[in-house]
Ligand binder design. Structure first.
Ligand code: UDX
Length: 455
């Protein structure tokens, strides 16, 4: 605990202020990191927006600081740039005031704490405030690291006339990013001005003291080398954070429908396809209906998460044609939100149809489950390319009539699926090694603790 840590370090104490982003795929790893650092004896404050606030009663021992975000319910989540800017502009003053108060109170007191800011890279205001107040800061990146070179090179590609990408180039390899193709680059379809603005916004202005990346050394060696060369500060690979230490309870913003576990209990081993496209992706009716036809025509049992509001213009699954609903119910289960990690760990699950968000990817790897990849944007296309072409534990799918059922059967019952399963299990073994005693992620965490103690 804190007392032991202080005794060991001549009375010195540390307060880590972790600034979390209100997105599910970002909040979960931050809370896992908080739980880990707390277990090592650090005092922890979680600064967070009022939007999608974590439940403090689920995390005893941590202090929570809700920042006044003034985010109106009508702010369009899909307009990422405006959303990020408003979030950062609005959270900053309260965050700064809070820190100034602590610093001032400590001036006249013998009871001092070393303050270190650890922030999600989307909450870049925390880095600016840390810089202004002269506090050390560490950035947590919750995505894979291969997205970094892909984002970094975009301004250069733009200058050379290679971005925005022309249709005839989509399938070509970007030489500097081999094996990524032009079609795997992020921000496809976004106006170039907004693309460059976004990149500028998320690349830190004040260099942090270190980076934490929720990835593993063996997965993305080349990207990690580039990151280390670029930043010249320590980069700790601490993934998969969800397996480092259990959080006391669920970190989901939405209620998990646990009835799907007893449904899975009744299915044959490795027969079920689990389908979930994460917490952000929105689809139109046409794509969702094609997904439903593919699932129905595959003749495989399935568990499909349709997040309420994720199909544009519908509250939930009203877009499904009447006849299809009864056909689907005969073979599958549709839920609003699932306990995903438990689902992927279930012996009945044989494949995961995913948007390839980074958390979903790590969770699937850890359970050795092969994937069908339907990326939307950001890091998801890069991850899809790695899953299918480098790690070879996934197939990229095209959501069109007649295409999906074949892909589902290839993964769940075909020889190709057998090979992917084999690969997924090999990767699972390596991930387990990395988080066990002496493994790369364990070592990284140990070095991280030493690094913080040296600040
Ligand atoms: C976002 C981006 O889309 C992703 O590309 C980026 O890497 C992280 O931020 P999101 O789309 O939510 O995240 O996807 P993902 O990273 O996969 O995170 C989703 C989380 O929600 C996972 O931890 C998953 O276990 C959880 N989940 C999802 C559930 O608990 N239940 C569900 O039904 C669906």
């Amino acid at each position: 605990g804190q007392r032991e840590m202080a005794e060991e370090h001549g009375g010195r104490r540390w307060r880590l202020v972790l600034t979390a982003s209100p997105l599910q795929g970002h909040m979960t790893p931050m809370l896992h990191l908080a739980t880990f650092l707390h277990s090592k004896g650090f005092s922890i404050t979680i600064a967070h927006s009022e939007l999608n606030r974590p439940d403090p009663s689920n995390h005893p021992g941590l202090t929570f600081l809700p920042l006044h975000d003034n985010i109106s319910a009508t702010l369009d989540f899909a307009n990422a740039i405006q959303f990020l800017q408003t979030l950062n502009d609005n959270c900053r003053p309260h965050f700064q005031e809070h820190l100034v108060q602590i610093i001032n109170a400590q001036k006249d007191s013998s009871d001092k704490e070393t303050i270190v800011i650890i922030y999600d890279n989307l909450m870049y205001f925390a880095g600016t405030v840390a810089g202004d107040l002269g506090l050390p800061s560490i950035v947590l990146r919750t995505s894979g690291s291969s997205i970094f070179p892909a984002i970094k090179i975009i301004p250069q590609l733009h200058q050379e006339g290679r971005f925005p990408v022309q249709d005839c180039m989509l399938q070509e390899i970007v030489t500097e990013l081999d094996p990524l193709r032009y079609k795997d680059l992020p921000f496809y379809g976004l106006p170039i001005k907004q693309t460059l603005e976004t990149i500028n916004m998320i690349m830190p202005k004040t260099p942090p003291s270190a980076y934490l990346w929720n990835t593993l050394e063996f997965l993305e060696p080349s990207a990690l080398t580039q990151i280390r060369d670029h930043y010249q500060v320590p980069v700790f690979t601490v993934g998969p954070l969800h397996k480092i230490i259990p959080t006391p309870s669920s970190t989901s913003f939405l209620e998990e429908d646990t009835s799907c576990i007893s449904w899975l209990d009744k299915q044959a081993p490795k027969s079920v396809l689990y389908v979930s496209l994460g917490s952000i992706a929105n689809m139109d009716e046409k794509v969702s209906t094609e997904m439903a036809w593919g699932l129905a025509n595959s003749n495989q049992p399935f568990l499909w998460v349709v997040r309420p509001g994720s199909v544009k213009g519908f509250e939930w699954i009203e877009f499904l044609p009447e006849g299809l609903v009864s056909e689907m119910k005969a073979r599958g289960l549709i839920v609003k939100w699932a306990p995903q990690k438990e689902v992927l760990a279930h012996s009945a699950v044989g494949g995961f149809w995913s948007h390839c968000g980074w958390n979903s990817t790590l969770e699937s790897m850890f359970e050795g489950v092969p994937m069908l990849c339907q990326p939307f944007d950001l890091d998801q296309k890069v991850t899809t390319r790695y899953l299918s072409y480098v790690w070879k534990m996934g197939v990229e799918i095209v959501v069109e009539r007649g295409e999906i059922e074949g892909a589902i059967r290839r993964v769940l019952v075909g020889k190709e699926g057998e090979e992917m399963k084999q690969r997924a299990m090999e990767i699972q073994e390596k991930v387990k090694d990395a988080i066990s005693h002496g493994g790369s992620s364990q070592n990284s965490l140990k070095k991280l603790v030493e690094f913080i103690l040296s600040l």
